[in-house]
Design a protein around this ligand. Structure first.
Ligand SMILES: NC(=O)c1ccc[n+]([C@@H]2O[C@H](COP(=O)([O-])OP(=O)(O)OC[C@H]3O[C@@H](n4cnc5c(N)ncnc54)[C@H](OP(=O)(O)O)[C@@H]3O)[C@@H](O)[C@H]2O)c1
Length: 318
């Protein structure tokens, strides 16, 4: 079968499609014929050996996939022919994958494979950040930094679906349009934080900040209302922020880490998925797919992510 490989730690230029043996199913695994995969920022970091998960090359990248079950253990929820979405730390960008059931989710009939592949990691992370770590309540104000990226757009849609007022922070007016179309109630340019955000909230500030960018977060902290929480989800700028905790003490605010692997170690990812699909049925979950291509485009897709040319997701088919 064909599978994408990161052949070294040189980044996207080392990403190639190779012919390898199809996976053999372990007793507790389900084999899925992959129909679509969505390359993501962690794939880019892994291709350079810069992610917290460091597979040794050559390895197959890919977290988010959709497909059709071809084989599984007796009694499995996922019988041959079932349409599924899945989420791995890496290894999804192959014609077939063998995965344990806790990594699979039922894919609604009316969600096509390309759209479905754009959902798992980003939306599960957004849900975990907002609900499990952020304790989002209906009517809360949520500010999303890096709002036009994969996790950012997901955070807008999940927060809006759960009844929040959402402020998207973006780097250009074009990206503001995408954020507003995704359900953000307001869009603000990064340089206008915190002043515009304070104006929008009647001077009070937001209850939650979802931050996938990192770097200098002082203006984001200045946007928090008392008892507000900044959720540290990622560092797309390449810079890990530092925080003087006296600021947190003086303002009664928190900075909270968000590591979505907990969804699987704690066995709660399916609860989050089912809640996401309920928001999908209500029309809040609308994955933004910027473009499609084939596995051969995997390296190019990672380069586009690196160069900030992606709004939403690129989705590739075998
Ligand atoms: N903690 C977890 O469990 C978890 C899970 C998934 C992903 N992540 C992390 O989350 C981060 C974002 O992932 P993603 O898939 O959303 O990436 P993405 O699609 O590339 O989006 C990142 C966004 O950040 C903004 N950005 C990038 N560089 C910036 C800079 N130098 N200054 C200001 N803004 C910048 C851009 O938004 P604008 O141009 O609109 O400002 C971009 O759209 C990554 O670091 C990823 O590793 C963490």
């Amino acid at each position: 079968m064909r599978a994408v490989h990161s052949t070294n730690y040189d980044g996207p230029t080392g990403v190639k499609v190779l012919e390898i043996d199809a996976p053999e199913r372990a007793a507790d695994e389900v084999v899925v014929e992959v129909r679509a995969v969505a390359p993501a920022f962690p794939d880019l970091l892994m291709s350079r050996g810069e992610y917290q998960v460091k597979p040794v090359p050559p390895f197959t990248p890919g977290s988010d996939f959709t497909g059709v079950v071809v084989d599984g253990p007796p009694g499995s929820e996922f019988m041959p022919g079932a349409r599924v979405a899945g989420c791995l730390s890496f290894g999804a960008a192959a014609e077939r994958v063998a995965v344990t059931e806790d990594r699979l989710y039922p894919l609604p009939e009316d969600l096509d494979f390309v759209q479905g592949a754009a959902i798992p990691m980003n939306y599960l992370t957004a849900h975990f950040a907002l609900v499990t770590r952020g304790h989002l309540a209906e009517g809360d104000w949520v500010m999303v930094l890096g709002a036009s990226g994969g996790v950012g757009l997901a955070a807008i849609q999940v927060a809006a679906g759960l009844g929040a007022q959402v402020v998207a922070v973006v780097s250009s007016p074009q990206r503001a349009t995408v954020a507003l179309a995704s359900g953000a109630h307001y869009a603000v340019l990064r340089d206008d934080v915190p002043l515009k955000v304070r104006d929008l909230t009647g001077g009070r500030g937001v209850n939650l900040v979802v931050d996938v960018v990192g770097g200098d977060i002082r203006n984001a902290l200045r946007s928090l209302a008392p008892l507000g929480r900044l959720l540290a989800v990622g560092f797309a700028s390449g810079e890990i922020p530092t925080v003087k905790v006296n600021r947190l003490l003086l303002t009664n605010t928190d900075v909270r880490g968000v590591e979505s692997d907990y969804l699987w170690t704690a066995g709660i990812s399916r609860i989050a998925w089912d809640e996401l699909m309920s928001l999908y049925r209500k029309g809040f979950i609308k994955p933004v797919v910027q473009e499609t291509g084939s596995f051969d485009d995997y390296g190019r897709a990672l380069t586009k992510l690196d160069e900030r040319q992606v709004v939403g997701r690129i989705v590739l088919t075998p």
